[in-house]
Write a protein that binds this ligand. Structure first.
Ligand SMILES: Nc1ncnc2c1ncn2[C@@H]1O[C@H](COP(=O)(O)OP(=O)(O)O)[C@@H](O)[C@H]1O
Ligand SMILES: [Mg+2]
Length: 616
């Protein structure tokens, strides 16, 4: 066999295999080009999920006939003026998209350079380039891709049903639209408009942040818009902004987590892991928060040239980025204090509403209601035996809650005796206890129902966590150090993190290339499956670069102890005890949800109640 250089059209078709996996990837490249050209309005139209036609129109800078001819050449780009791959400020930079798409389809570009008095078009068919022709176009650029993959039948066979391909394209445009709220986007297929996101008017109140939140709301839903906390943090030139949902607004999958790096949508395990770490205290493992995070860093701090579709990036200092994200999210959640998602009240109202009119049973068992919502008893996660000493520690942590659980001389004081100011408290004044489980309080404009067990448990848990942070983790030496055999790479990862692990109470060292020896474990864990713990840790370190599962286990123990130390459902509380609980909740971070993201209280506004009774 002789070695030869491949002809350019074959090279382009091979490149297309990497860049253009399916119609959605072509859509992504074309919309990114429109954004790079400074468009303020981008319209996308697909026929048969993009298989027979992809049309992208923009009002950006446009191209001259000469530029049109160059644009479809391989490695021709206007975006690396200084041959500088380090300072990349555009979405594109490789000059590969147009020649790749043109190699496997019938591509027509029409464009009018800004300020020019005429438009030109250029056609490509399976890589064969035509000549520029005069065209009719008022402004910007219009790209038509017909019969994608007709020149590569093998790829064509892998396309899914039009509806599926359309769904992928929709995702792609939505992600780009989230990152660019200043640009108007429309997506349609042969029959209808799938979405239309307007650009904010010039007089918009609230500026860019309000515009972004409005765009996020249009895409992620009104629930998110109403129950999202704004973030803003900066460290060493890396800026993080965005919105994160309250823990009580959660999903079964992580597909409502959107991450952007310098305006580029990315899927990044590091970033996903950071989000998980930030919420781990407030959500069960199988529930996921909704977030939209935007990282802006100096181009030299991130390498965007590591993935063919640029869907992944590499950070120069990933630990710094992770820390910034975890810190900022935790801070925002702490600021939110006792807030629980408004969707909780919505779900409650839905459950209250009688479905069969008078005489019918209220639809308390209706579908769509959060499970366990009206149960004071969270038996299914009370879980795990707690070593005796730990139960004692829990009891201690529980005891000093001020004003709570102390015999009170005014136990029978009338609710009216509470100061009139109390109405101004966010959680109101306790008016009574129902079923020895729920505290009903009156606020300035509604009522609050508190699950006393869930609420108190959260208070104790927060207190224990604080103790953990302040006094460090107590260790327990193993009588016989345990040798755990692992893969060499896992051993290396663990040994590298040994000092940190020791801080968390786990003392280990290398034992030859394929094993570690564990000498001490966190006392809180009690009798532990050391091998399982170490193996899990090694896996987590590989996935996240942080000792998440050890912390998780510690906090799980905290949660279990807190649960045992808490005021169970079924205990009668006095008026001062109830008010003390409400005031503690207001003062305690994260008290709006229990350790598993279930709410500790619901609030019904008077307006909601009036609606229940048909007064509105
Ligand atoms: N919609 C557009 N408006 C203006 N110029 C465009 C547009 N699309 C492509 N171009 C020009 O064509 C060039 C090649 O595009 P492309 O193949 O996507 O490579 P890249 O985006 O990496 O530069 C771009 O650098 C740009 O100058
Ligand atoms: Mg491009």
């Amino acid at each position: 066999m002789t070695i030869r250089l491949l002809p350019p059209d074959l090279v382009n078709r091979i490149a297309a295999g990497e860049v253009v996996e399916r119609p959605a990837s072509a859509v992504k490249e074309l919309v990114e080009n429109a954004l790079d050209a400074g468009a303020t309005r981008i319209e996308v139209m697909l026929r048969e999920g993009g298989r027979s036609l992809i049309l992208v129109e923009d009002d950006g800078a446009g191209m001259t006939p000469g530029e049109l001819e160059l644009a479809v050449e391989r490695h021709a780009t206007s975006k690396l003026p200084d041959d500088d791959l380090v300072h990349i400020a555009t979405l594109g930079f490789r000059g590969e998209a147009l020649p790749s798409i043109g190699a496997v389809s019938r591509l027509t570009l029409a464009s009018r350079k800004r300020g020019a008095d005429s438009a030109w078009s250029l056609a490509l068919e399976a890589g064969a380039k035509g000549r520029p022709q005069p065209a009719a176009l008022a402004q910007g650029t219009r790209v038509e891709v017909r019969d994608l993959f007709f020149a590569t039948p093998a790829r064509l066979k892998f396309l899914k049903a039009p509806r599926t391909e359309l769904g992928h394209a929709e995702e792609v445009v939505k992600r780009l639209a989230m990152a660019h709220p200043e640009v108007a986007f429309t997506l349609r297929d042969e029959t209808r408009v799938l979405f239309r996101y307007p650009a904010p008017g010039g007089d918009l109140v609230g500026g860019p942040e309000a515009a972004r939140l409005a765009r996020l709301g249009a895409i992620m839903g009104r629930d998110f818009q109403e129950n999202a906390l704004a973030l803003a943090a900066e460290r060493e030139g890396i800026r993080l902004t965005g919105h994160v949902g309250l823990p009580t607004l959660n999903r079964a999958t992580a597909d409502q987590q959107f991450l952007f790096v310098n305006g580029r949508p990315v899927r990044d395990r590091l970033l996903q892991g950071a989000v998980r770490g930030a919420y781990q205290d407030f959500l069960a493992r199988d529930r996921h928060p909704l977030v939209a995070l935007f990282l802006d860093l100096p181009p030299e701090a991130v390498d965007v040239n590591v993935h063919p579709a640029k869907a992944e990036v590499r950070f120069r200092d990933s630990g710094l980025v992770r820390g910034l994200i975890v810190g900022a999210i935790r801070h925002a959640l702490a600021e939110a204090g006792h807030r629980a998602a408004t969707t909780v009240a919505g779900a409650a109202l839905g459950a209250f509403r009688p479905e069969t009119g008078w005489g019918g049973e209220p639809a308390l068992a209706g579908a769509g209601r959060p499970s366990g919502f009206f149960q004071g008893n969270y038996g299914n996660w009370r879980g795990g035996a707690v070593p005796h000493r730990l139960a004692e520690a829990a009891a201690q942590a529980f005891a000093p809650l001020d004003g709570f659980d102390r015999p009170s001389a005014r136990a029978d004081a009338a609710p009216e005796a509470a100061s009139p100011d109390a109405q101004r408290y966010p959680l109101g004044v306790a008016r009574g206890q129902l079923h020895e489980t729920y505290i009903v309080a009156q606020t300035a404009d509604g009522i609050v129902i508190v699950d006393q067990h869930a609420a108190h448990e959260r208070l104790v848990y927060e207190r224990m966590k604080q103790a953990l942070a302040e006094t460090g983790v107590a260790r327990q030496g193993l009588l016989i150090p345990e040798v755990v055999e692992l893969e060499e790479s896992a051993v290396a990862r663990l040994v590298k993190r040994a000092p940190e692990l020791a801080e968390l109470g786990l003392v280990l060292e290398g034992f030859g290339p394929g094993a570690v020896v564990v000498r001490e474990v966190p006392a809180m864990l009690g009798p532990t499956d050391v091998k399982g713990l170490v193996q899990d840790l090694a896996d987590e370190l590989a996935a996240l670069g942080e000792a998440l599962s050890l912390k998780e286990r510690l906090e799980h123990v905290c949660g279990t102890m807190a649960c045992h130390g808490s005021v169970r459902a079924g205990r009668r509380l006095t008026q001062p005890e109830m008010d003390a609980l409400l005031r503690q909740m207001e003062a305690t971070p994260h008290s709006g949800q229990c350790n598993h993201g279930r709410p500790t209280y619901v609030e019904l506004k008077l307006a909601d109640i009036e609606r229940l009774f048909g007064r509105r």
